[in-house]
Design a protein around this ligand. Sequence first.
Ligand SMILES: *Cc1c(COP(=O)(O)O)cnc(C)c1O
Length: 431
Amino acid sequence: MNSAFDLAAAEADALARDAADPLAGFRDEFLIPPHGDAEQVYLCGNSLGLQPRATRQALLDELDDWSQLAVEAHFHGKHPWMPYHAEVRAHLAELVGAQESEVVAMNSLTVNLHLMMASFYRPTAERNAILIEKNPFPSDRYAVESQIRFHGFDPASALIELEADEANGTISAAAIERAIGEHGDRIALVLLPGLQYRTGQTFDLKTVAELAHANGCLVGFDLAHSVGNVPVDLHDSGCDFAVWCSYKYLNSGPGAVAGCFVHERHARTSRPRFAGWWGHDQATRFAMGQDFSPMPGADGWQLSNPPILALAPLRVSLEIFQRAGMARLREKSVALTGYLETLIRTHLSGVLEIVTPRAPARRGCQLSLRVEGGRDAGRALFEHLETHGVIGDWREPDTIRIAPTPLYNRHVDCLRFVQAALNWSGRRQML
Ligand SMILES: *Cc1c(COP(=O)(O)O)cnc(C)c1O
């Protein structure tokens, strides 16, 4: 039985929490999509982050430089194009806990994953397997399987999938330890997410990296759902590489330029790589010589000169993160998601089951919610939410993901979600 819902009291409580939020002002820096005359309750920053107000002008600035300066803008633009990617480097490095030389903004996530595997997945007859979680984001699986085949091996034996061992479909640290312990001598690469997109669970990067290395495996992380959501210390984790995208929590727009981390220990590696002219030593890049001499660090994996129009939104976004501070954002995020969780447990038990782990240390802002009654009930609730301007996202077969992000979401947004779900379940019970 769900507790009686005193809407007026809940509303006053949510508003008081929002009034006490030191980061509340950041919401005004974002464009919240409309729902009729009101604003959407946008809880979908895990899929596509909202547009910062400053992004439009940043793009116009680049168009102006292009029209007024053309090729000269490489050196004399407001934000000169030649060193443009370096303008985002410091903020990016800070956000992921890396040294500046360890990160680069380039390409898109799946492209970067392939570039990293070209260097860090070097299978041999004895050691050719890749360990991933069961049911990873499909693109990661396609990338991994295709790399295995590219090297002449068979995913049927060279792809090892980590099974969920916890009741909610999450994976325990013990299960990772068992899998690496059991298969470690044939695993070439461990590739796990920082935060699993479907369940919302996080993995302890340092523990995974240590286990992998202790068994002679390299380790890479996909941080698509971690960056901008939970604090990450990539350098200290000791992982070999990491990749992420920038259109989810980083609010840099659809298809935004992604990120890539290569640990310092590989800064001057002689491993093979897929090379392009922008990875060549910048001191001699324009000598147009025929011998490739890579930049040290992550820069050495760049292929092409960077897309300025696509980097401008990333520059804007990282500047916002810089001002807000990841530690403060995380503090708010833990409170906000905890508040949502309490409302769901108190008022929607029997309607929604929370899949995401309960401990804040094992999750980010997203709660994955399984709708009681299966897929049809789930779709009906999801559509009811959309009709009422509450935007989450749907993952087959029966999961709604709700992600209150600390930069622009409020406690009252969480309350609106719970109200809408309660309305739906009340109506359903009367039928
Ligand atoms: C969002 C996401 C992707 C998307 O890949 P793109 O190359 O950016 O299209 C891939 N993997 C994971 C884990 C994701 O969450």
